[in-house]
Ligand binder design. Structure first.
Ligand SMILES: Cc1cc2nc3c(=O)[nH]c(=O)nc-3n(C[C@H](O)[C@H](O)[C@H](O)COP(=O)(O)O)c2cc1C
Length: 386
């Protein structure tokens, strides 16, 4: 199987499985507990049907949107995710480059493997910097400052991770940061020599956003321990309101699900929220973000931008979310499997295929631009949207 054989998410996922060791595939692919939310995220989107309009004369399609003050050529952006150089040695430089090529926003994670400044210098397209709220308040301030100095457009605080999700696949494989595979997992690494050689031949893995501030003591710290020991579970609305005031520019919350929380976010001056359950990697059993979308858009859609992620792998999935009032959709696993499968060409192919699907989908829906889509284009099987 080669990159040219990849026509959809499942193909990229299969190719990634062949290219990277099992522990790494499982880190990308896994959810928390029984992975119910992970499965439900995708099923929720499928349970909703499109109702197209015909004879609308759609010669050209304009997919551009403005999100938190940033004009994007596509209504999707690449969600911030951790450890991308572990998946493919090009890591964030590949995903950032692909995002820039497609004129969309790229999210850098505070547990990213390339520095915010380096990505920023290479790709001066809209960027968001995603961070967590650490017990060490100095670290939070320093992260805000670095982002400001680098000229990052949007600050994104992830609020669904005040403690680590129970990711049992990672427990079995010993996946952690810094990355040191368990001895037992070594045979699988030997079977994927290209991945290992590439990693060894390129610069050493590091966590530039954290290295200056955190001494991981040279020992392996599991992702779950990082969340549990370093992040501040006492974070509350007052803490966030102070950060929003301090930022003085677009600030959004990632991982909001309840309409009441969305209203609170609007009240403290957030420019947007991302409806997300972290790809089902945190609290298993949460409702799918797609299912919460209509309710949240109704609550705050006139005051702030509502984005959504979780389970979006096709152009028509994005069309459904936009029809419900989302301003844009964020992609996580979709771009990560493409990265793990084939680096930058992989991510570009995945984004290109999805763009084609969206253009084709918009034409078949009878919509020339995103604002032509509305809830009249959708029906939920078995009922209304709430
Ligand atoms: C491997 C992996 C690592 C992630 N790392 C982060 C992270 O560092 N910060 C964060 O806010 N979200 C992180 N996420 C969540 C994504 O940003 C996004 O919310 C989610 O992947 C969207 O769901 P999808 O994967 O079904 O598209 C991660 C997701 C995955 C799959």
């Amino acid at each position: 199987m080669m990159l040219s054989d990849c026509h959809n998410f499942c193909d990229f996922r299969s190719l990634a499985r062949r290219r990277v060791p099992r522990a790494i595939f499982d880190y990308i692919d896994g959810g928390a507990d029984d992975e119910v939310s992970k499965r439900r995220n995708a099923a929720a989107i499928e349970d909703c049907d499109l109702v197209p309009n015909v004879l609308r004369g759609v010669r050209e399609v304009d997919l551009s949107v403005t999100v938190m003050g940033q004009r994007l050529e596509l209504p999707v952006y690449l969600s911030p995710t951790a450890l991308q150089r572990v998946f493919h040695h090009e890591g964030e430089m590949a995903t950032g480059s692909a995002a820039a090529k497609f004129g969309t926003m790229f999210g850098v994670s505070s547990i990213g493997t390339v520095s915010l400044e380096r990505v920023r210098r290479a790709y001066p397209k809209p960027q968001c910097y995603q961070f967590y709220f650490h017990r060490d308040r100095g670290l939070n301030t320093a992260m805000m400052q670095s982002a400001r100095q680098a000229g990052v457009e949007v600050m994104m605080l992830t609020v669904d991770s005040i403690t680590g999700g129970n990711r049992e696949r990672d427990k079995r494989s010993g996946f952690g940061i810094p990355f040191r595979p368990k001895i037992l997992a070594l045979p699988d690494f030997v079977r994927k020599p290209r991945w290992g050689i590439n990693l060894l031949r390129h610069e050493k893995l590091s966590l530039p956003q954290l290295d200056q501030h955190v001494d991981l003591g040279g020992t392996t710290m599991s992702i779950s321990r990082y969340f549990t020991e370093m992040l501040d579970p006492a974070m509350d609305w007052d803490d966030v309101a102070a950060m929003v005031r301090d930022r003085g520019g677009p600030f959004c919350l990632k991982g909001v699900m309840a309409p009441a929380d969305a209203i609170r976010a609007a009240e403290i001056g957030c420019a947007g929220i991302i409806l997300s359950n972290h790809s089902g990697r945190q609290l298993d059993g949460t409702r799918a973000p797609f299912d919460q979308l209509a309710e949240v858009v109704d609550a705050v859609g006139d005051r702030m931008d509502v984005m959504v992620d979780g389970g979006f792998t096709r152009g028509n999935h994005v069309i459904k979310a936009l029809s419900l009032g989302a301003k844009a959709v964020a992609l996580g696993s979709c771009s990560l499997f493409a990265l793990a499968a084939a680096g930058q060409p992989g991510v570009e192919r995945a984004l290109g295929l999805m763009r084609e699907e969206r253009v084709r989908g918009m034409k078949l829906m009878g919509a020339r631009r995103v604002s032509d889509l509305s809830r009249s284009n959708l029906r939920l099987r078995g009922g209304a949207f709430r």
